[in-house]
Ligand binder design. Structure first.
Ligand code: SIN
Length: 299
């Protein structure tokens, strides 16, 4: 068994004095899962993990799934997806600039990811934090008439690549945006916020109010970039309602900011949270290994 230290007022906790390179016994696994569903985001500091040890830890939370853009997966480890701004021989070693908007992971899938893990390999001395908010609290804080308006509505989720130039934090100067664009050039960066890409992934719809498959609690289920409209609603009206809900969630709930240290492992619960990456100056290397577990169809 281990001990849990709360990080935020209502979300996020650190699991202390634990070495994830060792197998965890059943009571410790149960304690961690319980803390996960209570605090929604868990941090483990100072870990030194081989890919196999990291994968073993991930499997305590469910079945792992590979990221579909396989060119970013760690060689010989299809379930480990590399996020990085580091280039070797002029090529990025991982996906650059992913997730720079408020979202839950893989909402373009019929059964989107359940847990996501990031393991910090290289971190910048400043910037590159990951931010989290609580979508149970977002739903619960909505005025009654809004709750009634959105009951039963489904958002349309459409996969497209995100652009590197804009982050959820708006303080990035034009000069810096240009630097980031130049750094990510091989990824096709442009000056538009979102660049449509040709993909074979069909659109899916998900309820805007989701019942958590484990806790049974209701939460908003949103994705600021990939939810492009609401089924059966005029396009503009749908977009405006989705943006209103996203802004509401960000402005009416506690935000937990994770400042990374090398060796941190952080895991979060996608059905009840949104998160976003933030700006990293491309002169500083930032690399994380990411895992996701298979989720269920939202209802
Ligand atoms: C993600 O949203 O998957 C990445 C977030 C981050 O890199 O901080």
């Amino acid at each position: 068994m281990t001990s849990i230290r709360q990080l935020g007022k209502s979300i996020a906790a650190e699991v202390v004095d634990i070495d994830l390179s060792q197998p965890l016994d059943a009571p410790t696994q149960a304690q961690i899962l319980d803390a996960f569903y209570t605090h929604q985001v868990l941090a483990f500091r100072n870990q030194k993990l081989t890919p196999e040890q990291y994968l073993r830890f991930g499997r305590y939370f469910g079945e792992l799934e590979p990221f579909f853009l396989s060119r970013y997966n760690l060689e010989n480890y299809p379930n480990i997806y590399v996020l990085s701004n580091v280039k070797k021989d002029g090529k990025l070693i991982g996906r650059y600039g992913a997730g720079m908007h408020w979202h839950s992971d893989h909402t373009y899938q019929e059964a989107p990811a359940s847990a996501t893990f990031l393991y910090a390999i290289e971190v910048p001395p400043e910037g590159g934090d990951t931010l989290f908010i609580n979508n149970y609290a977002a739903y619960e804080s909505l005025p009654e008439d809004v709750k009634q308006r959105i009951e039963g509505l489904r958002a349309i989720h459409h996969y497209h690549t995100q652009e590197h130039l804009y982050t959820a934090e708006s303080s990035v100067s034009e000069e810096m945006r240009q630097k980031i664009a130049a750094h990510g050039q091989e990824e096709g960066a442009t000056k538009t916020v979102i660049k449509q890409s040709q993909t074979e992934i069909p659109d899916v719809t998900h309820p805007i109010v989701r019942t958590h498959p484990v806790t049974g609690r209701k939460a908003l289920y949103l994705n600021e970039a990939l939810a492009i409209g609401i089924e059966g609603m005029p396009e503009q009206e749908g977009k405006e309602l989705l943006q209103f809900l996203c802004d509401w969630a960000v402005n009416h709930t506690e935000l937990y900011r994770h400042k990374w240290q090398v060796g941190d492992v952080v895991v979060w619960d996608n059905p009840s949270m949104m998160h976003t990456g933030t700006f990293t100056d491309p002169k500083y290397p930032r690399t994380h290994y990411r895992l996701t577990t298979t989720g269920s169809v939202p209802y």
